[in-house]
Design a protein around this ligand. Structure first.
Ligand code: GDP
Ligand code: MG
Length: 199
């Protein structure tokens, strides 16, 4: 018997770093050079099997142009793992991770922020004009206990692996019985049982 789990991943980072391209590569195995600004937020779902668990992953892609304006706490709430994306050819996009990280914690307001899983994605690793060194990224990742992955959405390098790690961290963080969803259904069951007893 397989168990079923639902998780939510959120991609944030400056405009143009490749959030939509990463999602498109992961979900549809496609890459396009055409740049279309994401308006507000988009989400896609993907189903996969992780060991004995069937996982439905909801992946939210946000528009970076709205940086530091509230995209609405509703978008951030319920996230099980946050992917912080930057572009290795843009030091600005790397420097912005700090603010994105803080913004996420304020908006999502997770119960134990120090334990919340973050994955840092250094995208566009296929480009030669790299300006952020892996060492710099590792140093930053230590400050918030984030995992670090380098990807190229263009060449489909390491994209599946990075998402799979995010999914596994999300599953581990959101232990069964820990989530609101599952505890609500448990309460409902208890409630039904209670009603039956009264009859
Ligand atoms: P977003 O604003 O973060 O969603 O960024 P997009 O996904 O729209 O990508 C911005 C631009 O960068 C587009 O022109 C993409 O084709 C390009 N791009 C995205 N990922 C990569 C990558 O891994 N390598 C290269 N060379 N270009 C990329
Ligand atoms: Mg986009």
């Amino acid at each position: 018997m397989f168990s079923r789990r639902h998780i939510k991943l959120l991609l944030i980072g400056n405009a143009g770093v490749g959030k939509s391209a990463l999602m498109n590569q992961y979900v549809n195995n496609r890459f396009t050079n055409y740049y279309r600004a994401t308006i507000g937020a988009d989400f896609f779902t993907k189903e996969l099997r992780v060991d004995e668990t069937l996982v439905t992953v909801q992946i939210w892609d946000t528009a970076g142009t709205e940086r530091f304006q509230s995209l609405g706490a509703a978008l951030y709430r319920g996230t099980d793992c946050c992917l912080l994306v930057f572009d290795v050819t843009s030091p600005n996009s790397f420097n912005a991770l700090d603010a994105w990280h803080k913004e996420f914690l304020v908006q999502a307001d997770p119960p134990s922020p120090e334990k919340f899983p973050f994955v840092v994605i250094a995208n566009k690793a296929d480009l030669e004009e790299r300006q952020v060194s892996p060492r710099q990224v590792q140093e930053w990742c230590k400050t918030c206990n984030a995992e670090y992955h380098e990807t190229s959405a263009k060449e489909a390098t390491n994209v599946d692996e990075a998402f799979l790690r995010a999914i596994k961290l999300a599953l581990k963080h959101k232990l069964p019985g820990n989530s609101e969803e599952e505890s609500t259904s448990l309460l409902e069951k208890q409630d039904n049982k209670h009603k039956k007893c009264e009859c």
